[in-house]
Design a protein around this ligand. Structure first.
Ligand code: ADP
Length: 613
């Protein structure tokens, strides 16, 4: 337009043809731009239809008015217009109108005045703003989102990395950006593969690799990437790195669990809350005889539970519904071939990630063999108990029944001795002596045997507490003769109250102290008795300086009729310690000896303490 006649559209040369004024006016009328011609006196000399629309006034009302009166919203353009006129050069600028609309305005100085070309760019401006916001959002997402991200150049140099990536690996920007990405991959060779794939336009989707963190640990990552090209050239790759370390660890645990379930000796079965089987391991196949294919989808009740135990399943299911476990429940289940198995069941509710109970896992152990063995053991035990009781009863009766005939032998032996001594020959005297001595020995044996059986057969009730000091003193009175003859020195500490029948404790003291005197060495016997608290028990010790016991006999001496010496060296029946052991064990304690040959022995026994004692 520059250089044309601002007042009117005279004839303008366009190419070889002449464009007449009316044609020009028609063209301007159809223009999508508002065209305003302003004369040197700032009055409007021409407006097209678009300009009239912009002013929201008919053309006729606008012509002749001062431009800022006709178009008040263009007032902001005044300075630009003056500058363009001063410089006599076109000037283009954007103008924001008060109603949030935008115009692109071009001021074109003419010989007399100037022309204004205005284009409504509101839609464009809105799109541009939206685009900028989007760009800022994306930038923020890349920079600060929690998805680790880095850009890599075609030669493998890291061009950029976001905060999430740096945080994940523990490096600062300086330690990471600018370095080769291969330096950070646990297997650097993998980078060649990645770059080769990307260069050939392959899109990487969750490509698994492992990155080395600053602290030396390894992060398993899944990389998703593609090449960003500009005019066909490889500019960089954009790599999204998803940390899958936890996922991998979980998967490994999962695999291990699956392996455990597979290799378990127990049947491991899961079922839903209706009792329908949902998984079935190898041992379940072996134990119950059904394949996984046959079992899954069937109900436990229909497949495994025998007719007479059908009421167990509703009870188990209702306990599972309440979130309760079933522990070591012993029952019977049916195999595919119909045979019954003894099973120990442990059933636990299975919850989903929200904590709701969705089913149950069940471990079934085949204890058929175990139950059979236990039953056999119980039967043997019962038989043993019966035969022991019979034996004890027999020993008890025998020791009583033999008393009478023995008394006859002993009485008539004594009478023979008294009446016919030195009246028959010397050999007869010797034989009569043997009879009397044998009968006396037999009597002692029967007495001890009776004491032994009594320790088992009597006193079923829990014994009262007894003052062991008093019992000890009366036991010493019974041993008075032996103590005096041997000149034994007996010392004693404080003795407690214990739970045992008085006469039994007296028997223990007499037997053990009697032995300490009987099995004395050449030195005068010195015996010390004391008691120490040991939890709920008192531990008594009776120490002597006698001949001692070889360690190999320390247990044997508590057996019945066990003696370590011939009767010619030391008399005895071999029953004393057996009786003590019986009594102590019946009272809930135990008895043992510590000894060294020629240095003496210490007999220990424990007895339950009186409560609060
Ligand atoms: P008995 O004394 O009647 O033979 P016991 O059952 O009392 O029967 O003792 C079993 C054996 O233990 C004794 O024959 C003796 O050899 C040994 N014995 C018991 N007490 C002592 C002791 N204090 N010192 C050495 N040996 C002992």
């Amino acid at each position: 337009m520059t250089g044309s006649d601002a007042q009117g559209f005279g004839e303008m040369p366009i190419g070889d043809e002449l464009l007449d004024r009316s044609m020009l006016e028609r063209l301007l009328e159809r223009s999508p731009h508002a065209v305003i011609l302003v004369a040197a006196d700032w009055r409007v000399s021409f407006v097209n239809r678009k300009a009239a629309e912009l002013a929201n006034n008919p053309v006729a009302k606008l012509i002749g008015d001062k431009v800022w009166t006709a178009f008040p919203f263009l007032e902001g353009a005044q300075l630009h217009c003056q500058r363009a006129l001063q410089k006599q050069a076109d000037l283009e600028f954007e103008l924001q109108l008060p109603n949030d609309r935008w115009l692109q305005v071009c001021v074109c100085p003419e010989q007399q005045g100037f022309a204004l070309y205005c284009t409504d760019i509101t839609a464009f401006k809105l799109a541009e703003t939206a685009l900028r916001e989007r760009e800022a959002e994306l930038q923020d997402f890349f920079e600060n989102g929690n998805v680790p991200l880095h850009w890599v150049g075609p030669d493998g140099t890291i061009l950029w990395a976001n905060t999430a990536e740096l945080t994940m690996l523990g490096y600062s920007e300086d330690e990471y950006v600018g370095c080769k990405i291969s330096d950070f991959h646990a297997d650097p060779a993998i980078i060649e593969d990645i770059l080769r794939r990307l260069a050939s336009n392959e899109k990487l989707d969750s490509y698994e690799s492992a990155l080395r963190c600053k602290d030396g640990s390894i992060r398993h990552v899944a990389i998703s990437s593609r090449v960003y090209r500009k005019t066909g050239a490889f500019v960089h790759t954009r790599c999204f790195t998803r940390d899958i370390s936890a996922e991998k660890a979980r998967a490994e645990v999962q695999e291990r669990l699956v392996a455990i379930v597979h290799s378990s000796d127990d049947a491991i079965v899961s079922k839903d809350l209706n009792g329908v089987i949902t998984s079935w391991n190898m041992s379940a196949e072996r134990i119950f005889g059904y394949s996984a294919h046959e079992a899954i989808g069937q109900t436990v009740a229909g497949l495994l539970i025998p007719e007479d135990r059908q009421d167990e399943e509703p009870d188990i299911l209702s306990r599972l519904h309440r979130g309760e476990r079933v522990d070591h429940f012993q029952t019977k289940r049916k195999r595919k071939d119909g045979t019954l198995l003894d099973i120990s069941l442990t059933i636990s509710p299975v919850r989903d990630s929200k904590g709701s109970i969705v089913g149950a896992s069940k471990i079934a152990r085949d204890i058929t063999e175990q139950v059979r063995n236990l039953e056999a053991l119980q039967r043997a035990n019962e038989a043993l108990k019966r035969s022991n009781a019979d034996l004890e009863q027999f020993a008890y009766s025998a020791s009583h029944d033999l008393q009478e005939p023995l008394r006859m032998v002993s009485t008539y032996g004594e009478m023979l001795k008294k009446k016919y001594r030195e009246k028959l020959d010397a050999q007869a005297d010797e034989y009569i002596g043997y009879i009397v001595e044998g009968a006396a020995r037999m009597e002692r044996l029967l007495r001890d045997l009776r004491a032994f059986t009594q320790a088992t057969l009597e006193q079923e009730s829990s014994p009262p507490a007894v003052d062991s000091q008093g019992v000890f003193n009366s036991a010493l009175l019974n041993l008075k003769t032996a103590i005096q003859e041997s000149q034994a020195q007996i010392t004693v500490g404080l003795l407690p109250r214990v739970r045992i029948h008085e006469f039994q404790l007296s028997q223990i003291f007499q037997n053990i102290i009697g032995n300490a005197i009987h099995y004395r060495s050449e030195a005068l016997p010195r015996i010390h008795v004391e008691a120490q608290r040991d939890g709920d028990f008192w531990r008594f010790s009776i120490e002597d300086n006698g001949i001692g016991i070889e360690s190999e006999y320390k247990e044997q001496i508590f057996g019945i009729f066990t003696r370590l010496h011939p009767a010619s060296d030391y008399s005895g029946t071999g029953m004393g310690l057996a009786i003590c052991q019986r009594i102590v064990e019946r009272a809930g304690g135990r008895i043992w000896v510590e000894s060294e040959p020629q240095r003496g022995s210490t007999f220990f026994f424990t007895l339950p303490a009186q409560l609060g004692n």
